[in-house]
Design a binder for this molecule. Structure first.
Ligand code: SAM
Length: 253
């Protein structure tokens, strides 16, 4: 079995090519301007291949992205040649234990990065690392799977098929509720097939993704030196039990 976002990293941008990173970045920037006092710098924890990071940089922020996957970071770094390398840096690092020398004005963790913090211990370590990295008054924004909605709707198996220039990619995801934990264990089976019936390559990843409830988020926010400013549906509106994704904005005390 491959490690998460290892072998699959090279297909990540293709799989999420229709995700509206531009609109989502604008939404977060709008909230940052509303809540934060003129942020100039941003730390992105779990930045992946840099799809938000470059957009935040283009919106005027100096950005540093960290991610546990060296494969994802390598793709993010490579994008400097086409997108420009000014005001943006990347580093392979774990959310639970990174440290930076800068006192960042703001931080984000997006596309459910915090869901990978399945244990309370890791979740608290991550909040503590982020709190240490940003200055008092700095804003931290993160999205999450919304517990009430996840329990109501459940997680369904999914299959995606993508045609590339010389290959077909198939990814099948089989979720299973974790027993005794608020998370799903999602087995992902990848098949990459050369066109014209050539070689086939298979690999597999297991992603454990946690869902959250308002009270536990409030507790982890407060006990790690933040105050909760807003919790809403991702992309705006009251967070209802039917909303799969929520987003929280917290200010460092
Ligand atoms: C769904 S991807 C989102 C990537 C990026 N934020 C985006 O929206 O495209 C989740 C990312 O979180 C990273 N990640 C998961 N656990 C992590 C951890 N403990 N420390 C740092 N990064 C982590 C993964 O490597 C992956 O790149």
């Amino acid at each position: 079995m491959s490690k998460n976002f290892g072998d699959s990293a090279r297909f990540y941008d293709l799989i999420y090519k229709d995700k509206d990173y531009a609109a989502e970045t604008r939404f977060v920037c709008d909230r940052m301007n509303r809540f934060a006092t003129d942020p100039k710098t941003l730390l992105e924890v779990g930045c992946g291949t840099g799809n938000y990071a470059y957009r935040f940089r283009d919106a005027g922020l100096k950005v540093h992205g960290i991610d546990a996957s060296s494969e994802m970071i390598s793709i993010a770094v490579d994008k400097k040649s086409s997108l420009g390398g000014e005001n943006i840096t990347f580093e392979v690092s774990n959310a639970e234990e990174f440290s930076t020398s800068n006192s960042w004005d703001s931080a984000v963790s997006l596309f459910f990065m915090l869901g990978y913090q399945v244990s309370d211990e890791d979740l608290h370590k991550t909040f503590n690392s982020i709190r240490t990295a940003i200055r008092p008054g700095g804003l931290f924004a993160f999205d999450f799977w919304n517990g009430p909605s996840v329990l109501e709707k459940g997680c369904s198996p999914k299959k995606i098929e993508i045609e590339m220039q010389n290959h077909f990619l198939v990814r099948e995801s089989i979720p299973e509720k974790c027993s005794g934990q608020n998370c799903f264990r999602i087995q992902q089976f990848f098949q990459v097939e050369e066109k014209d019936g050539g070689k086939k390559q298979y690999f597999e990843e297991v992603h454990k993704v946690r869902y959250f409830f308002r009270d536990e988020l409030q507790e982890v926010i407060q006990s790690n030196g933040f105050e909760l400013l807003e919790m809403e549906a991702f992309m705006g509106g009251d967070l209802e039990a039917t909303d799969w994704a929520g987003i929280a904005f917290a200010r460092a005390r």
